[in-house]
Design a binder for this molecule. Sequence first.
Ligand code: 5GP
Ligand code: ZN
Length: 139
Amino acid sequence: MSDDCIFCSIVAGDIPARVVAETDDALAFLDANPMARGHTLVIPKGHHQRIADLSRAESRAVFDLVHELAPAVEDAVDADAHTIGVNDGPDAGQEVPHAHVHIIPRFEGDGGGPIHVAAGDRPDLGDDELDEIADAIAE
Ligand code: 5GP
Ligand code: ZN
């Protein structure tokens, strides 16, 4: 728990939230400033900023809850699809420094785009560079 973290305060019950699901290690609640009807956040109960900071158990708890909730969110607001994403780090747009997964319901003709738009301009990569990157990640 971090004293000045808004999501830790929600976990502790010190700040109200519209909680939609809770497990031992994860909590899900409606986003207070939703991008769409039903916009839901799934967080680990423990305070960690980045996805890689979670223990395997916490990671499982968060992503299992995402897996379970996504269809329920979609049904609840009669959406056509959803975008699931994480702003993992400030340079990716993370504003609340407590890891969270966004489930954003999507509707036909909602004016949004695919998650690809979040990454900016596409780099021009040759085969050698792609091979190098794949090797570095695999290592
Ligand atoms: P980020 O940019 O960090 O990925 O997204 C943070 C999200 O948390 C935003 O969508 C914002 O609307 C939401 N948020 C920020 N403060 C609160 C809060 O106090 N309660 C709830 N339910 N959502 C919050
Ligand atoms: Zn926190």
